[in-house]
Design a protein around this ligand. Structure first.
Ligand code: FAD
Ligand code: FES
Length: 335
């Protein structure tokens, strides 16, 4: 049975069956609601149901996604049991056919750190993909599983995608499949996905906080800003465990020359004290707090482990007063 879902205060409605999630039904009908993990972990899809009821067991928030008010629900899990009026954090119209499946060939695989490889894929001649700087794709594995990776290249490089893959011990894709991949092999991809993309018209200074391979979408956004000559101040914090895992020193040096208003803070959570001169030693949240930026005036983009994002959101939004709508994140949780 189909129910009518009304976005409160807007001339926007969509139909949703009780077997479908609100996020999926909205997307199918050209309405993008915020999401990231789609598995009830990151909390990015949280919104309110102001009228109507949900299928029992699909309402509320999982403890992993954080505590919330009684009428807050995860729209990537929520399924309707009646007509609803909903209040998402944001929404916009999209072309429902924008998410497409592509075949891509492996062009190059480069191991850039002990636990990170850069996978460069190319599309067939004449095939171009569309995405926003910061979004992610899903690799469709032959057994039906999916794995999410953020595009590290800027959208104007539309005949290729660059992925920064952290090697997860025992991981189906990043350990087993990646080891066997060689140039010329084909992968099936679906893109674009996600609400983590550069709000280029905002005009506010930007704080980017990357944990490990969370650097990938920041690379996409910064390359896009250079291409589009977007000149707001950018403060990049990049945290890794060991200094040797900062695998893009040359690139960051180029950004320092190309962008007039760019600062970079390397952050390591371990390492020898003698290496302290190479960056801040501690957590990413501590590093951002220590820098003295006027956080409430900025747009913050955070990407990496869920714990880092939660700690940063609490410190910047709850403690420093950054409005939640200026905190954008992709939590790199398992698929
Ligand atoms: C929106 C989004 C974007 C992402 N972008 C990137 C990216 O650009 N680069 C990147 O390296 N990763 C990224 N990730 C994370 C990546 O998709 C997962 O780590 C993925 O599960 C790895 O697949 P795998 O087959 O190698 O390991 P799996 O077979 O999925 O996992 C093997 C084991 O490791 C655990 N595990 C896997 N990943 C994680 C994790 N991140 N944290 C904790 N435990 C984990 C699993 O629970 C499982 O027990 C992204 C995730 C999301 C949701
Ligand atoms: S919790 Fe719903 S998208 Fe992550």
């Amino acid at each position: 049975m189909n129910f009518q879902i009304q976005i409160e205060g807007a001339e926007a409605t969509f139909q949703c069956g009780s077997e479908e999630t609100l996020i999926d039904a909205a997307a199918r009908q050209g309405i993008a609601l915020p999401y990231s993990c789609r598995k009830g972990v990151c909390g990015n899809c949280q919104g309110q149901v102001t009228v109507g009821s949900l299928v029992p067991g699909t309402e509320g928030c999982s403890p992993e996604a954080g505590a919330s008010a009684a009428d807050e629900h995860l729209f990537c899990k929520a399924r309707p049991a009646s007509d609803l009026s909903i209040r998402p954090r944001s929404w916009y119209r999209v072309d429902p056919s924008a998410i497409k499946t592509f075949s891509a060939r492996v062009f190059r695989i480069t191991q850039v750190a002990d636990d990170v490889s850069i996978l460069q894929l190319r599309f067939a001649t004449g095939v171009r993909v569309k995405f926003r700087a910061g979004q992610y794709l899903q690799i469709l594995l032959p057994d039906g599983q999916r794995r999410s990776y953020s595009m590290a290249n800027a959208p104007h490089e539309s005949d290729t995608v660059q992925l920064h893959v952290r090697h997860v011990p025992g991981g189906t894709f990043s350990d087993k499949v990646l080891q066997t991949l060689k140039p010329g092999d084909t992968l099936k991809l679906e893109l674009p996905h996600g609400d983590f993309w550069l709000r280029e018209d905002s005009g506010r200074p930007i704080i980017m906080v990357a944990g490990g391979t969370g650097f990938a979408p920041m690379r996409s956004m910064i390359e896009h800003m250079i291409r589009k000559k977007i000149q707001v101040p950018v403060h990049l914090f990049w945290g890794v465990r060991e200094p040797s895992s900062h695998y893009a020193a040359d690139l960051i040096e180029r950004w320092q020359q190309q962008l007039t208003n760019f600062t970079y803070q390397a952050v390591t959570s371990s390492g020898l004290r003698a290496l302290d001169t190479q960056g801040y030693r501690g957590s990413l949240t501590e590093a951002v707090l220590a820098c003295g930026l006027n956080v409430p005036d900025c747009d913050v983009y955070a990407c990496g482990a869920l714990g880092m994002i939660d700690s940063l959101r609490t410190a910047l939004c709850n403690d420093l007063g950054l409005a939640a709508e200026h905190f954008y994140s992709d939590a790199f949780v398992s698929n």
